[in-house]
Write a protein that binds this ligand. Sequence first.
Ligand code: PLP
Length: 400
Amino acid sequence: MSVAATVPALMPVYPRCDVRPVRGEGAYLYGERGEKYLDFAAGIAVNALGHGHTALVKAIADQAATLMHVSNLYGSPQGEHFAQRLVDATFADTVFFTNSGAEAVECAIKTARRYHYANGNPERHDLITFDTAFHGRTLGAISATNQAKMRDGFEPLLPGFKYATFNDLEGALALIDGNTAGFLVEPIQGEGGIRPASMEFLQGLRKACDEHGLLLVLDEVQAGYGRTGKLFAHELYGITPDIIASAKGIGGGFPLGACLATAEAAKGMVAGTHGSTYGGNPLAMAAGEAVLDVIQGEGFLENVTRMGERLRSALEQLIPNHDHLFHSVRGHGLMLGIKLTSDSRRFVAHCRDNHGLLLVSAGENVVRVLPPLNIEEAHVAEFIEKLSEAARVYVPVADE
Ligand SMILES: *Cc1c(COP(=O)(O)O)cnc(C)c1O
């Protein structure tokens, strides 16, 4: 400890609240003093199977006892097996495993640049990205958004990004030039406020990519992996991307991410071009396989769709009773956003502190509803009860 130390041991980059979870069970979290919360935040769309899922816990424990980590210098039966399952289930032909969403985005950016390099067009290095996007916190990922709050003071950032307005197809197409590599876009913006891409927008970007030899890179870190009722959100749009970044739900709470690509898009990613010490180690693969087993199980995604519809219609019915607070509902499946008429962070704190209900705030004064994907009707009912009670007693303050 230095003499001048006045900073907490845990670097204070998060404005942490007073909830201090020590145990979880299904859709519930328990704090240090035994208090119980209904967890409709799920670690920000990470705990896809809720807390303490038996099969996931067992898979991790068994694999930890068998073989936790070996270097990527060696052959990986575990990685080959899990990658093949992802390839079989998606548009992709090949997968790189990472430990986080930002790393999956980094791999996606590198793959896109390297594609044009391999084609003899190294000048095609720019990705067109979108305002209010969130791609993670690495220097590459913050360079891929124009949000000042994430970028200020971290300059110089990585060159090679241009910013268009989300859902403005014409504006995005107008930025295409001889340096363009492709588009990097979330099919449904998460941090930006549960803003789904319009059909016309995403399909238009796909068409432009086909016409100009560009790559469509989707950031499905939040929207993917069953969250919308589809394995990946782009399936809702009837398009296939060239590259996607996945993470969050893919490990169900174990740090895991993946960059998936077509053979064509990945053609520059040959031996020696990329790597990760931990990426795809046996423990991570065991967690990933256990999550995928459940998500691919009979009726699982249908349950996401059905619970999402129930949740949505119940929320829509709540709005007229609380129109001083709730404006509208948006999103797909169990990736829903309630747009408020006032500060969403304050209402999220109220639900948490006074009603034992965990939610997440997002841009545009949206409250994100991101429960575990295996919730049942009783959880939806409990959530609606808690939320309507929270809304009933809540006194919004005018925007500061
Ligand atoms: C959370 C998130 C990321 C970053 O993931 P990390 O695991 O925090 O690095 C990237 N993109 C989107 C859309 C996200 O929601």
